[in-house]
Design a protein around this ligand. Structure first.
Ligand code: NAP
Ligand code: F7E
Length: 342
């Protein structure tokens, strides 16, 4: 019998990579998509087939803010594994819509766990919760499973709730539930407003057109960036273990936003020079300003330094990333140049 997986957040970056991985592993995959006024399935269009034909990939409308829709879908699909990747996942935006972020990103997790319990399916279903390095926030690197959570945004706070409610339901009701604590991971599928994708898109356009301008915020934040393809494999591995546990997934390397710009410029063959400080810092290319600082992209509270210690996952899950920051940036640039040219 084929295993059945249900993915909340199937239309997002990780949802797309995870769906492809599970289909390769011969699962039947069901994904939940939100109703939106324009199409939001671009990342999974290549695996979606007419549901009237025989297929292993199905989409259903649903929403994490709607308890009954969550419960009815789980009752209908009867999955072996649920991956909760659904979230309002933008840290900056979470300061603008904190209540909505809590509703989706914190309470959405509770709604799934409660549905499993209400349906008395706790023995049948394994549950994965998409935790984040944003939960560590102000705690100093390297951050591991033992590091104190000190979130610095409504998003980070909502994810801390989801982390602990997942542990509470595991301990109280014996649900097989794991928290992955994933550090930043990117890919050509990354949302346009996250910094790596914004830099790659902006600089590729400037490179091809010969001019243009990119506005950014804090260039000195340090992140531990990996590739989404590597990180979804870790999610699946967690649910294949005998005992449910929580794991940090990270590259263990740390770079500033400014260094990421340097990698992209180098690959594009753009020689840039920096002048000025603080809000007046600028990058020049061919004597024109191509990067300026805009304070609207600064956050009220920032997470300045993230670098994960993923030794537990590397040992117990036998997981290790195949990509590094250079191969990641290179793939993102190649895909972006192709996209702009076509
Ligand atoms: P993403 O691209 O922003 O995807 C988020 C997904 O959640 C999208 O499919 C989105 O649907 C869906 N969603 C949003 N609100 C929803 C709602 N009310 N009901 C149902 N679905 C809803 O995020 P990602 O980068 O793939 O990340 C996947 C998960 O991992 C998220 O929970 C994120 O917080 C977490 N995480 C990400 C990273 C990272 O670096 N990427 C690191 C750690 C943890 P639409 O397509 O309709 O918007
Ligand atoms: O910002 C700085 C910004 O938005 C990275 C989400 O997937 O990873 C992501 O959260 C850094 C921050 O990612 C701009 O201030 C400078 O310090 O790409 P980001 P994030 O906030 O780290 C974690 C692990 C998640 O869980 C989240 O879901 O870059 N930065 N200038 C900028 N950031 C953005 N977005 N835009 C700028 O113009």
């Amino acid at each position: 019998m084929k295993k059945i997986a249900l993915i909340f957040g199937v239309t997002g970056q990780d949802g797309a990579y995870l769906s492809k991985l599970l289909l390769k592993k011969n699962y039947v995959v069901h994904g939940i998509k939100r109703r939106s006024s324009s199409l939001n399935t671009q990342r999974i269009d290549d695996i979606y087939l007419d549901p009237h034909k025989k297929t292993n990939f199905y989409l259903h409308y649903g929403d994490l803010t709607n308890s009954l829709s969550v419960l009815k879908i789980i009752e209908k699909i009867k999955p072996n594994e649920i991956y909760n990747l659904g979230a309002q996942s933008h840290v900056g935006v979470s300061f603008d819509v904190p209540e909505y972020t809590a509703n989706v990103t914190a309470l959405g997790t509770l709604r799934i766990l409660d549905a499993i319990l209400t349906l008395k399916m706790q023995k049948k279903i394994k549950f994965y919760q998409a935790g984040t390095s944003e939960m560590f926030g102000a705690s100093k690197p390297p951050q591991s499973e033992k590091t104190l959570f000190y979130p610095r945004s409504p998003y980070g706070v909502a994810k801390v709730y989801s982390h602990w409610i997942t542990i509470n339901y595991r301990e109280a009701y014996n649900i097989f539930a794991c928290n992955g604590i994933l550090f930043n991971h990117e890919s050509p599928f990354r949302g346009e407003t996250f910094v790596t994708k914004k830099i790659v898109t902006g600089l590729c356009e400037i490179f091809l057109k010969g001019s243009g301008k990119l506005y950014l915020g804090n260039l000195y934040a340090k992140r531990d960036w990996g590739h989404a393809e590597d990180y979804v494999l870790a999610m699946w591995k967690m649910l294949q273990k005998k005992k449910p546990m929580d794991y940090v997934i990270s590259s263990g390397k740390q770079y500033t936003v400014k260094y990421f710009i340097h990698i992209v410029c180098k690959k594009l063959g753009m020689k840039i020079t920096w002048k000025g400080k603080g809000l007046n810092e600028r990058a020049y290319w061919k004597n024109k300003i191509i990067i300026s600082i805009d304070k609207r992209y600064f956050r009220p509270t920032e997470v300045t330094s993230l670098r994960g210690d993923s030794r537990k996952a590397r040992k117990e899950l036998k997981w290790k990333p195949r990509h590094n920051i250079y191969s990641l940036a290179s793939e993102m640039i190649d895909e972006e140049l192709k996209r702009i040219k076509t």
